[in-house]
Design a protein around this ligand. Structure first.
Ligand code: SER
Length: 321
């Protein structure tokens, strides 16, 4: 992996992955792309190009122009937005992925794209969800994720494209907000804890979902992309997770830092239904055995770091304003 093109670089994952890859592989070796430009370090402090992933020719042209050897395809709609706009979600998530895989095939690129806990459904074993198990998702997001996993496997077996991927759990971070997912409550709660010392959760009591702090998610992408292919029994859609909790547990973790933090519930039926269809806790043993996946942050360590970094960010934002 020497020269990397990233799609969806302004999203929750992309905005942090771009900066990490520039740091590790050299600023001149990372081409960040998104459908829009914003005044931000991702766009201003390195190579940036506008790219609509539904336009395959533009993607191919950019990959050729910059002579990349790796494509990290992140542009996609998240679960709650995809449920509101299922046709658009299909076009963007599947169309974008197919274009990216075709570019990878034509130019012989190493390839990464994320799948998700959303690829599972209500019939999936909810606890210790195995790597290889029943997947019958009931959301459009899940449909595109399962199809994407299969498509990536297909491009590897049929065309020899070096495809790799993980099933991300809910990702928690302070740099960029997630764009309309079901697990977003676990990000929002930290913002509200600092701003108001209270939070109303749209996910109900007792709803467990897998989660991970962004530094571990970024490490997972880099480690899997650099992993020795001879050890990979699976290639795409590795189950990974760092923790599983329900809303009251994250609130309790926050109370260790902000003792008078309060939480109540106003459950959003759409996102609750999505959450109920997903597993409670994944088995990540294949990722551990095949490429040494090893997350560093548990709930309390994440809470501590998140509140500290987010407090600084909110302070800086208010100074800038
Ligand atoms: N965090 C994502 C979502 O909630 C799951 O992959 O949509």
């Amino acid at each position: 992996m020497k020269k990397i093109l990233i799609t969806g670089c302004l999203g929750q994952i992309g905005s942090e992955l771009t900066m990490r890859l520039r740091n590790d592989y050299g600023t001149e070796n990372v081409i960040a792309t998104d459908i829009r430009h914003i005044d931000s370090p991702v766009c201003n402090e390195g190579l940036f190009e506008i790219l609509d992933v539904t336009n395959k020719e533009s993607m191919l042209e950019l990959a050729k122009k910059h002579e990349v050897d790796t494509l990290i395809h992140l542009a996609a709609l998240l679960s709650a937005v995809a449920e509101a706009k299922p046709q658009l979600a299909w076009d963007l998530n599947m169309g974008g992925l197919m274009n990216a895989l075709e570019v990878a095939r034509e130019l012989d690129l190493k390839f990464f794209t994320p799948s998700s806990i959303g690829s599972f459904g209500p019939g999936t074993p909810a606890n210790d969800t195995p790597q290889d198990t029943l997947q019958r998702p009931t959301t459009m997001y899940g449909v595109t994720k399962v199809a994407g996993e299969l498509l990536c496997d297909y491009y590897y077996t049929k065309f020899g494209v070096d495809t790799r991927g993980v099933r991300f759990p809910g990702l928690i971070s302070y740099t960029t907000l997630p764009g309309g997912g079901t697990t977003d409550y676990a990000v929002d709660i930290y913002y509200e804890a600092l701003k108001k010392k209270s939070y109303t959760s749209f996910i109900g009591e007792g709803t467990y979902m897998d989660m991970m702090y962004m530094p571990d998610a970024i490490d997972a992408i880099v480690t899997l992309l650099e992993a020795d292919p001879s050890r990979l029994v699976h290639r795409n859609a590795f189950n990974i997770t760092a923790m599983s909790f329900e809303p009251e547990q994250i609130a309790a973790s926050i109370r260790k830092v902000i003792p008078d933090f309060k939480m109540d519930y106003d459950v959003d039926p759409v996102r609750q239904k999505i959450a109920d269809s997903w597993p409670d806790s994944l088995d990540a043993s294949c990722a551990k055995n095949e490429w040494d996946f090893n997350p560093k942050f548990d709930l309390d360590r994440m809470t501590h770091d998140m509140l500290e970094k987010l407090a600084k960010k909110l302070e800086n934002d208010s100074v800038v304003k």
